[in-house]
Design a protein around this ligand. Structure first.
Ligand code: TYD
Ligand code: MG
Length: 453
């Protein structure tokens, strides 16, 4: 392999093989610096000095147990991280363009910096001036966060090695490029190389690193899947366009629980934290109407009430429509099949529209019964009792299965003024003041008792 230049002129960018007092390209004096070497490529040492050596678990140093965390003060973010930022960790934040990733991370960076942390925000997408304008809009102009508008990985690593920040934000990983890889920025090999370099830097120096990643049309993080494996934590920032709610969701977390969510609201002055999401999701609830059911769900460690809405109408087409927003369409198909085969309620020839109000996404199987209730209520044009919430998992036999954290679900519902819940019988459920649980053994009984069909 040809020898790589190791030095660079900070004035004109010319590459040199060794240090000298004057740059022979631009004649500037004292402008040549040594650059941080890239650690990818053949012949370079891998992480750690104990290569290939086997150790007993008990011999390992226990200094990182539990890992030391720094809370940002943005409670919704800290919760998703599992209690705060872990030293030397690598975090990937993915989301659709325009959803608010840069806004969120600039706010988080400013919060950390205000608490005395050395933070560098590297943007490959916006100029320093654009970031400054955003900061002004967020009322963060006075923040001590350091900014860099740069895409060359080697330059970034050189700066980071010199400054040794505690936190680096890279916005975005797709705009970074390494001169050791012969392909365009954003290509799979560039993204992989950039991620590898940055994660290696984090592990070597103890710097925490947050990478912003774009999401493809299909909703997966753009670039190789291997990037998700390289980092410690993967967070998705989601929300429906046209809604102001944004949910930050942990899908992988080596240092905390996955499935934890943080809820934010996009305002004219940036993202505001939402500490009581149930109240927010139900705040603009229409009057109880056929097809509308309140589901008492659990997101991570927190109960969240959401409204599930269904509309069922005769289909003009030979192939009836199934439109779902905020829920899994496969799950809807299964529930429709169970309703038809086990309860004798057919949906053939009927268009079905299903929606979670407020732009929330519900992934829990415990939402099954609420979905079935919304579908039946819309089909039969009968409203459910307005002060009741619904939960329960439906099995393929039509039986109702127990859900986790039933007590928390009931408590949250009670806090928001509901007085009854409908769901499967729960073992060892303590009494929750002000709430009655109407238990159902199976879906057929539920259909019979509430809709009389
Ligand atoms: P941005 O953080 O640039 O999104 P991403 O980095 O994920 O692409 O957010 C852009 C959107 O957020 C844009 O449509 C404007 C809106 N926004 C607000 O509503 N309020 C604000 O204070 C800011 C900064 C942005
Ligand atoms: Mg952005």
């Amino acid at each position: 392999m040809a020898k790589q230049p190791t030095h660079k002129c900070t004035e004109c960018g010319a590459a040199h093989f060794k240090w000298s007092g004057q740059c022979d390209a631009c004649q500037a004096w004292n402008s040549i610096i040594e650059e941080a070497p890239l650690s990818t490529g053949p012949g370079k040492k891998s992480l750690g000095a104990m290569r290939g050596k086997a150790l007993a678990l008990s011999d390992l140093n226990a200094k990182d147990d539990p890992p030391s965390r720094t809370a940002s003060g943005v409670a919704e973010m800290d919760r998703v991280l599992g209690g705060g930022l872990v030293e030397a960790s690598a975090i990937l934040v993915g989301g659709d363009p325009g959803i608010g990733k840069s806004t969120l991370l600039l706010q988080v960076a400013a919060r950390f910096a205000r608490n005395g942390m050395h933070v560098i925000y590297v943007s490959g997408e916006e100029s320093a001036e654009q970031i400054r304008m955003r900061a002004a809009r967020l009322k963060l102009s006075e923040s001590p966060v350091r900014l860099a508008a740069e895409t060359n990985l080697r330059d970034i690593l050189t700066t980071l090695d010199k400054e040794r920040p505690k936190l680096v934000i890279i916005d975005s990983i797709q705009t970074m490029w390494s001169d050791q890889v012969d392909s365009a920025p954003g290509s799979v090999s560039q993204v992989r190389a950039a991620c590898h370099e940055l994660v290696t830097f984090a592990k070597r120096t103890g710097t925490a690193i947050i990478l912003v990643g774009h999401v493809t049309k299909e909703g997966a993080l753009a670039g190789p899947r291997v990037v998700e494996h390289m980092v410690d934590t993967v967070l998705y920032f989601e929300g429906e366009r046209g809604h102001q709610f944004r949910v930050l969701r942990a899908v992988k977390n080596r240092f905390g629980p996955a499935d934890e969510i943080g809820v934010f609201e996009m305002t004219g002055r940036g993202l505001a934290e939402v500490s009581n999401p149930s109240a927010l999701f139900l705040s603009d609830r229409d009057k109880p109407a056929p097809g509308s059911v309140v589901f008492s769900g659990i997101e991570g460690s927190r109960p969240v009430l959401t409204e599930i809405q269904a509309l069922v109408s005769p289909s003009p087409n030979p192939q009836a429509r199934r439109t779902v927003v905020g829920l899994d369409s496969q799950r809807l198909a299964t529930i429709l099949a169970v309703l038809e085969s086990r309860c004798g309620v057919p949906f053939a020839g009927l268009d079905v529209y299903l929606n979670v109000a407020g732009g929330m996404r519900v992934n829990e199987p415990a939402a099954d019964l609420a979905v079935a209730a919304a579908l039946l209520s819309a089909r039969e044009d009968i409203s459910l009792p307005p002060e009741s919430v619904v939960f329960g998992e439906i099995s393929l036999s039509g039986a109702l299965r127990q859900v986790t954290q039933a007590e928390n679900r009931l408590k949250e519902a009670s806090k928001l003024g509901f007085t009854s819940a409908i769901g499967p019988a729960q073992k060892k459920l303590p009494r929750v003041d002000g709430m009655t649980l109407r238990t159902m053994p199976d879906l057929a009984t539920f259909v019979q008792e509430l809709f009389g069909t």
